[in-house]
Each structure stands twice: as C-alpha cells, then as structure tokens.
Design a protein around this ligand. Structure first.
Ligand code: WT7
Length: 651
C-alpha cells in the first residue's frame, strides 16, 4: 500500500498573536491528559461560582455503572455567567446582533443590559406560569432573540430547556414534548425564512393535540400574523413580559443539575434526549469557544447554525455569552435574497470569526465566486466548519475566496453528545490539512479501535472506529429518562470507551480524518438522521409494506437519503405515489428527512433469518454494485439483480 502524505497547510503569516501558540499546544495537551484534575480545576475558574467546587473529576466508563460528574459540589447559575457577571464592564456592549431574514429590515443590537432585562422578564413569565426548578420547557422558535431569552430564562430559574428545531413537524414536536414531560412550549406566530413564512403556531397547535391538556403555550408575536388562539392555554409572552417585574433572582444550581436536553437521532429507535448539565458543559463551551476561535475582546462572532442544534447552543448562546462576546443571530438562509447574503452580513457587521457547515460552503461555491469576491471581508480572522467531513475542494475555496489566504480554518469534529469541540485545529497553533479535523482538543483522548476486536490500534497511518478513552467536562451525562440506553448506546460495544459512531483514520502525521458514521445514522447537510426513523415514517403509510433507508454520496448535501420501498399487494408504484411518500415523510418528521431518491423494491435482500442486508443496499444506492461482497447468506439472491436494474442513482 502506498501512503500518500498530505502536506500541512501553514498557519497564515500575520497570525502570530494567537491565544494558544504553537509551542503551547503540546505542553497544555500533555498536562490536560496527565493531570486532568489540575488542568480542569484551573479551567473551571473561568466561570463565576456561587459555591466553589472542591472536587473536579469523578467519572467512570465501566459498562453497567457509567457515571460522569464534573465539579460536582460546585454551585453556579448559567445565566449569571452569560449575563450578570458582564454587566459591570459590558452593560452597553452588544451581546446579540439580530440580523433579520429580510435584508431591508434593520438589524437589532441587543446590549448586555438589554439582554439582562429581557431574560429576567422572560424568567418571571415562566415563573408566573408555574414553571419550577427542574421542570422541562420546550422551545420551538425560529432564530430570533426571544430564543436566546427563553433559553437563558430557563437557565435562570433552573428549568431544563429542550429546543426543538423549528423545521421539525408537529409529530416530531409532540413526541419530544411527551418524552420529556414538558410543562410548557414556547413558540412564535410565524417564522420568516428565505422570504417565506412557516406557521409555527399552527404546528404547535397540531402537536399539542397529542399532549396533556395541562401543557401551556407561550407565543412570541414575532410577525404579527394571524394565528389561532386558545384562551387559557395560549399566552402572549411579549405582552406578559411588559407586565411582570424586571428582576428575577437567579436560582443557584448544582454543577450536575441538568441544563438542557437536546434530542438527536441514533441508529435505533426514536430520537434520544441527550442531557447536558450545568457546570462542565458551560466550562467546556466557553473554553472551546475562546481557544478554537481565538476569541478576543471586541470580536464579532458569527455561527450560522440554528439554535435548534447543539452548535447553536454552544456557539451562538452559551460559549460566546459566557465569554462576554458579541454573537450574531441570523434569521435567514445563505441564498436569500441572493447567494451573497452571508458575505453581505459579514461585511455589514464586521464579523471576525465565521463558523458554518461544509454543505453551505458547497452550495455557495456552486453559485460562483463572484458573490463572495465583491465583498469586503477584511474583518474576518478565523473561519470554522462543522457537521460533516469537508471535501478538500470546498476547503480550498473557503480558504481562498472567503479567508483570502489570511484566515486559519478550524475544522471542528464533535457531536451533540460531546457538548463542544473534540478534534479540531487551533488557529495559531496547529497547521491544517484540508479535510482533516487535525488533533484532539485539550483533555480529549481519541483512540482508533479495530471495529471487530475492539482492540486499540496504536501508531500512525491506521484506520478504524473512533472512541474516546476518558471523560471531558462537556460530555453528555445520560439519555433523558433512560440511563440504560445511554450505556448501551455509547459504552457497550467497546467496553471502557465512549464510542462515537464515527469511523476514523490517523495519518502518518498523527492527524485525524473522520471518515463518516459507521452505524445506521446518515448525515444530510450536516443534520443527523437515523435511517430507522425514516423507515418508521415510511411504513406508517397505508400503502407501504416495508422500507429500507440508506445514505448515498450527494454532491451538495454530503449524503442523500435513499429509500427502498416495498408496497402492499395491489398498490400502484406510480410517480404520484413517490411524491405522496415524500410529502408524507416531510409531515411525519420534517423537510430534512424527505427521501432524495425512492426505489420501488418488490423484494429486499434478506438473510435467511430475515435481517435486511443493508451493506448491499448501500452499494446499490452508491451506484457501486460491482463488488457486492459475500451474498451467500441471502435467502433469495434473485432480488439483487432486480434492484440493480431499477436503481435510482445512476451517478
Ligand atoms: C456527527 C455529529 C457537532 C455539531 C454538528 C453535528 C459528524 C460533525 C464533523 C467534522 C467530520 C463531522 C460526525 C459526528 N461531524 N462534525 N468536522 N468532520 N464529521 O452534530 O448532529 O450530533 O452530528 O456529525 O459524523 O458523529 P450531530
């Protein structure tokens, strides 16, 4: 085997005053691994504690008794750390720049003083609705400042928030409300995006039909569009915020009290509620935000993710605000009103750090470089990517046209479960390679394991599955209401390790290259989708007998959704029915789950014990059926020829 050594891309000249310098990385990393108690004991002090911690790390990855605690006897309040403690020095500094969907509407600059007032009032509204410490609150809002107010208001009173991405359907929303037993849902009337409006309130109404009638609904009248109103259940939150008092004392919380739940897809079953707690998560979000983006006072930080995903939690809200930063919240989409919107916003607000997903970069790259070249992007210092492996062409385009060769690119590998960055370069300290997330962040011990034996593969120039050998403060603590599922999902397959679900290569230089999921999870435009979820939605349709869903390479989305569908006897396999099934999945889960390709499958390849052989289905979906591998265990090998002949992806 010939080993191709990819040369490192040097740190741009002129980037010499970074927070972490090349010589620091190895030293600090070494300390973080050798002596986590002293390293994290020091890092924990970046927060304000109501009662200081005396114990730093108390973690156990042993299957059956997994337990993760950080700073466990410390008391703090996350909203105080994101707001109150900055007021003495930053009351008039902008905390949030809100850039509306409509480029002609004026952007709003919300100062720390204003943020404080809004969050206190919002918290008082929650209290007035009977929300207490430990209660769950679902936040189903678009990218508007009220989403930040709602999140921080929950943190202030010790309620546990669970943000549900506004693109999810009423059914998906209802299942999350019910799973966590939420007392209240916060939503908005309608949500403008890309010039169109989604009626969030009517989605919430539809969801609440499937929930306890005690669940209240706070409605942000954002656009003023007409919506239905149920007296006694629906509350005009903006109006109430004017009526309640402007001060709400923060609730002292234990470091290990849950801060939020975020639902994410896995390879089996329904989405699981990832639980993050207060102290460790906030230390980790703040620290990674500072070091990975080389964040300095006065910077204008823009993460283009939605608050409905963990990226929005850690790098729009918690990390930046804990650091007293100015964070941009963008309501719109990259291509509205034209493909120059991102660069227009960067220029307009003099953005210094820009953090987005490879899928957005590829989409904009496809629109032509003139959209970016004509903008003044001289304020930019650091560029970031997240969500999926970035293809080197997109990396080079990003570097050249957006960074103009001046800005280090940080390719940040992490997960909903990890709370913050895990493998990433550091702008002034680690040289990059297009497509590689480079090296582990402080305190992170990545291991490449042999997928079958589970043994550690030592040395460089190796490939396997990615596991993490020890805990870090931002790690999820449990699955909401199901600690057993937490242990089974992450600690059972490779005992003693946290298993990421990703494949990974460590090259000759010790750099990490994420090769994608090795489980039945697909990554569509940086969004995680369980194939089982899409299958469940499809088989819920009256004409579908069976369905198997796999991912296939998609030039813009990274992976596309490919569905093999077996219809019930007598159903007509028409194009109309394909459209109907697409719409069906959209309404069952949401637009992100819509299959890109549907193939009618009179039969699916199964083993004699009835297990669908997905490996074969993946190959056919990839249009790579020359090497199907061992098919000797198939019950009826004949189905394969039929599937190949009628394959939907002829790449
Ligand atoms: C999965 C986690 C963490 C925020 C966004 C997604 C993939 C994420 C990268 C990257 C290669 C990446 C992995 C991971 N992923 N970042 N920089 N390079 N792959 O969070 O929805 O929890 O998805 O996204 O496959 O396991 P998520």
């Amino acid at each position: 085997m010939t080993v191709q050594i990819i040369p490192k891309h040097p740190i741009p000249s002129g980037f010499s005053d970074a927070l972490v310098k090349p010589a620091d990385y190895a030293l600090l990393y070494d300390e973080s691994i050798r002596d986590p108690d002293s390293f994290w004991g020091r890092e924990g002090k970046r927060l304000d504690w109501i009662h200081p911690y005396s114990k730093v790390k108390d973690t156990d990855f042993t299957m059956g008794q997994v337990s993760i605690k950080w700073f466990e006897d410390g008391m703090l309040n996350a909203s105080v750390n994101c707001i109150d403690r900055h007021l003495a020095t930053r009351a008039d500094q902008t905390a949030i720049i809100f850039e509306p969907d409509d480029p002609k509407a004026t952007a709003r600059h919300i100062t720390y003083a204003k943020l404080s007032e809004k969050v206190n009032r919002f918290a008082n509204v929650l209290l007035s609705q009977g929300v207490m410490r430990g209660d769950r609150v679902i936040i189903y809002l678009p990218m508007i400042p009220e989403a930040a107010y709602a999140i921080l208001a929950c943190a202030r009173i010790g309620a546990v928030h669970s943000v549900v991405f506004a693109g999810f359907s009423p059914d998906a929303l209802a299942s999350r409300i019910n799973d966590c037993g939420a007392k209240l849902v916060v939503t908005a009337d309608t949500a403008p995006r890309g010039g169109r409006r989604t009626n969030l309130k009517s989605n919430a109404d539809a969801a609440l039909l499937h929930c306890s009638d005690r669940v209240r609904c706070l409605v942000v009248k954002h656009t003023g569009d007409q919506t239905t109103w149920i007296d006694g259940r629906d509350v005009d939150v903006l109006k109430m915020m004017e009526e309640v008092g402007p001060d709400c004392p923060p609730r002292p919380m234990n470091a290990e009290d849950p801060l939020f739940i975020l639902y994410t897809s896995g390879s089996t079953g329904r989405p699981k509620g990832v639980v993050h707690t207060t102290g460790g998560y906030l230390v980790y979000a703040a620290m990674t935000h500072e070091y990975v983006f080389d964040y300095k006072d006065g910077d204008i930080f823009w993460c283009t993710a939605d608050v409905g995903w963990v990226t929005g939690h850690s790098y729009i809200i918690y990390g930046p605000l804990a650091n007293g930063a100015t964070t941009v919240m963008f309501e719109g989409v990259p291509t509205y009103p034209d493909p120059g919107r991102f660069w227009d916003v960067c220029d307009k607000h003099k953005v210094t750090q820009f953090y987005t997903a490879p899928t957005a970069i590829r989409a904009l790259m496809g629109q032509g470089s003139e959209w970016v070249d004509k903008h003044d992007l001289s304020s930019l210092r650091v560029l970031g990517t997240v969500g999926e492996p970035i293809n080197p062409e997109a990396w080079v385009w990003y570097d050249h046209h957006v960074g103009r060769g001046r800005c280090p690119i940080v390719d940040t590998w992490w997960q909903t479960e990890t709370g913050g960055h895990m493998i990433t370069s550091l702008p002034g300290a680690i040289e990059t390679k297009p497509g590689s997330a480079t090296l582990p962040f402080f305190g992170v011990k990545p291991k490449v394991l042999d997928p079958t034996s589970g043994q550690i593969i030592h040395g460089n120039g190796v490939e396997g599955v990615l596991a993490i050998a020890d805990s870090w403060p931002g790690q999820m603590r449990t699955v909401w209401g199901d600690h057993e599922r937490f242990m089974e999902t992450y600690f059972q397959q490779y005992p003693g390790y946290y298993f990421t679900g990703d494949g990974c290569r460590r090259d000759e230089d010790g750099y990490y290259w994420i090769t994608g999921r090795v489980d039945d999870v697909i990554n569509v435009s940086g969004h995680r989708m369980g194939t089982a979820e899409v299958e469940n939605a499809l088989v819920a349709h009256e004409k579908v007998a069976e369905a198997a869903v796999v991912g296939y390479p998609h030039s813009l989305k990274g992976q596309g959704i490919y569905a093999y569908v077996t219809l019930i006897n007598g159903a007509d396999p028409s194009d109309d029915l394909k459209r109907e099934l697409e719409t069906w999945v959209r309404t069952e889960i949401g637009p992100i789950a819509k299959p890109d390709l549907i193939q009618w499958a009179p039969g699916l390849p199964k083993t004699r014990s009835g297990k669908i052989m997905r490996r074969i289905l993946r190959k056919i979906a990839e249009d790579d059926f020359g090497a199907l591998g061992d098919t000797s265990t198939l019950a009826d090998p004949g189905v394969i020829d039929e599937l190949i002949q009628n394959r939907a992806n002829r790449g």
